[in-house]
Design a protein. Structure first.
Length: 311
């Protein structure tokens, strides 16, 4: 049965330039395969390596007298949405033509509203940009008001907040495109974080977790499924240990229990399971979430692999 599916692509589905150009073709094959089955497809994606590369380039040029003006972090996120979307669009359009699928594909540069009073703004934790020595980092902090943290003995990096997504600004546009039969790429990198200011919006230096935004997008579009594609076929307990146990299914109660027991790593599987948990508990009756690898997406939808998460 055809479903409306929000697909959240992990970084392994994109890679870094020039690797990205090769990887997105493989990613497009998986997306087009699902579209050919009649599903409505909305694609979100990470942008960590890409926005980091943009930020590094800006920092490097400015630090080496290149005359490059300072580029706000929100604008760097918008740049990453544009060029990742461009690569994905080209690959999806090419694969669709090769397979005889007449379906348009478009990228929506997406803003996501956050609360300026979110506690994350008083406790920035997300590292971005290049490494600096202590003195240089402190000088930049004094000049620009940035927050720096020491990163695993490699130097100091700027850290920014990771607030909760409240509202997807371009939701109506995305919904109209989906209804018209378009494969839509949206909310890249968790969306460009913005706060309300007067009658408008203002970008802020933050990184919204892309899995949280994907859950918000799936809820607001009334999707049937949230499909998170990552590096592993299934969610596991005791990951990378001798007693590692893959999970075929999880209900909300089990997911909460395993989260409380610390089974899922903060920087990798935890936000994915939490996003799925939010979707199945806040969504309408009968929705489900699925975590699997890019190469196993079609098989997972058929129930032969992946971890299915239900209410």
């Amino acid at each position: 049965m055809a479903q409306r599916i929000v697909i959240a692509l992990g970084g392994n589905a994109l890679g870094k330039d020039p690797q990205q150009l090769q990887l997105v073709d493989r990613t497009a094959q998986a997306i087009v395969a699902l579209a050919r089955q009649g599903h409505e497809i909305i694609v979100s994606h990470g942008n960590g390596p890409q926005v980091g590369m943009i930020n590094l380039a800006m920092d490097f040029a400015a630090a080496n007298g290149g005359g490059t003006p300072y580029m706000p972090f929100a604008e760097c996120g918008a740049m990453s949405q544009g060029y990742i979307g461009y690569h994905l669009q080209q690959a999806i359009q090419r694969v669709a033509r090769q397979q005889g699928l007449d379906k348009p594909c478009a990228t929506v540069v997406t803003q996501v509203q956050v609360d300026p009073a979110d506690p994350a703004f008083t406790h920035p934790t997300k590292p971005v940009g290049m490494f600096y020595g202590h003195d240089q980092a402190m000088a930049i902090a004094a000049e620009k008001g940035f927050t720096f943290m020491e990163d695993a003995g490699r130097g100091y990096r700027r850290v920014v907040p990771s607030p909760q997504p409240l509202r997807i600004i371009e939701l109506d546009v995305i919904a109209q495109l989906v209804k018209a039969g378009t494969i839509v790429i949206a909310a890249g990198g968790g969306g460009i974080p913005v706060v309300a200011e007067g009658a408008g919006l203002r970008g802020v230096a933050a990184v919204i977790d892309k899995d949280r935004t994907s859950a918000r997008l799936a809820l607001d579009l009334q999707a049937d499924m949230l499909l998170i594609l990552t590096a592993v076929d299934k969610v596991c307990l005791n990951f990378n240990k001798p007693d590692c146990r893959p999970l075929d299914r999880l209900d909300a109660g089990q997911a909460r229990q395993y989260i409380a027991e610390g089974h899922f790593a903060v920087g990798s599987m935890l936000p994915k399971v939490e996003a799925c948990l939010q979707f199945v508990t806040e969504g309408r009756s009968g929705v489900s979430a699925l975590i699997t690898s890019l190469d196993k997406a079609s098989q997972a939808l058929q129930g032969t692999t992946g971890t299915l998460i239900t209410r």
